[in-house]
Design a protein around this ligand. Structure first.
Ligand code: MG
Length: 316
């Protein structure tokens, strides 16, 4: 593959920073009703400080840190260790499902222990398809820009550590492949292309969900967005309804995602990852980059360094 370093590096950074800024912007609106179009979206403090990202970005950073020090396709123990060390830092928020798995694995976490706990969670809970693995998946795309098949497997495996449910795993596979595609080819076609790679009956399932999103009037119609399906549909709708052929699409799409209400930081983080992958770090407003920060004491510049560290081997 003929990589054009500058643009690809900008968009790889965009996937990571897109998650972080959207998460931090959405955090001020979490668990609120949908926000009307005429009310501006601004950074707000509350449970989190002004500009502070939440668990979505923290868990994405865990994956990114693990990817910077080991090959995730060989072993996910580094991810398990990073997740556990974040959990042990007593984060301000953590998903119910993720907390349950991490509480189960004790102080010496391994990927295998997490997977066993995660499979048990699915067996014991009817509602195991939370949005908590989709929200953090941007970092999975970066090490596998030149290997889409491996990327699909790793996206599935990283989801499985906390979210073993098939729909949650497929959502991660679809979105991570779409993020890779957007970084390389500067469009959103990767969502459909990834669905086309699923078994036939699952293609029908996901195509129907995308059709439903396209036919909807607003992303806020997908009210149960703690569920991975509604979270993906709301993020997808926020992206498609604001589409322009200019980088302003990044801000328009993220703001539309924040307006959905309920799990706003996560829907925004999901949308922000793909929008950032398409439009790049350079499309993110400087004022947003200046304000964002969070666990473990990082800011936007640190996340740029982390993204670059993961993609560095690609340039050889
Ligand atoms: Mg969150």
């Amino acid at each position: 593959m003929n990589f054009q370093k500058e643009g690809i590096q900008d968009r790889a950074r965009g996937a990571i920073l897109g998650t972080a800024v959207a998460d931090a912007l959405g955090a001020g609106y979490e668990f609120k009703p949908p926000l009307a179009k005429d009310i501006p979206v601004v950074f707000k403090s509350g449970a989190f400080d002004l500009g502070e990202w939440t668990d979505d970005t923290a868990m994405m950073i865990c994956i990114a840190k693990a990817a910077s020090r080991s090959d995730l396709s060989q072993s996910l123990d580094a991810v398990a260790e990073e997740f556990y060390s974040w959990y042990a830092s007593h984060p301000k928020d953590i998903g119910i499902q993720t907390r349950s798995i991490l509480a189960d694995v004790s102080k010496n976490p391994t990927a295998k222990k997490m997977l066993v706990a995660s499979i048990e969670f699915v067996a014991e809970n009817e509602r195991a398809a939370g949005n908590g693995s989709l929200m953090r998946t941007a970092a999975v795309a970066l090490p596998y820009l030149s290997n889409p098949e491996l990327l699909g497997q790793v996206a599935d495996a990283v989801s499985s550590l906390t979210h073993y449910d098939l729909t949650a795993r497929e959502a991660c596979t679809i979105w991570t492949k779409a993020i890779r595609h957007a970084i390389l080819f500067e469009n959103f076609d990767g969502v459909q292309l990834a669905i086309n790679e699923l078994p036939a009956f699952r293609q029908t399932y996901w195509n129907n969900l995308l059709d439903e999103a396209e036919a909807s009037a607003e992303p806020s119609e997908f009210t149960k967005n703690g569920w991975v399906v509604h979270a993906l549909q709301a993020a997808y709708k926020a992206i498609t309804m604001t589409a322009t052929n200019t980088p302003e699409h990044f801000v328009l799409g993220v703001e539309a995602a924040v307006r959905v209400g309920n799990d706003t930081d996560t829907v925004a983080a999901i949308a922000g990852a793909l929008l950032g992958a398409r439009w790049g770090y350079s499309a993110i407003p400087a004022s947003w980059l200046e304000i964002v920060h969070g666990w473990p004491g990082l800011n936007a510049a640190d996340l740029v360094d982390l993204a670059d560290e993961i993609t560095e081997p690609i340039w050889g």
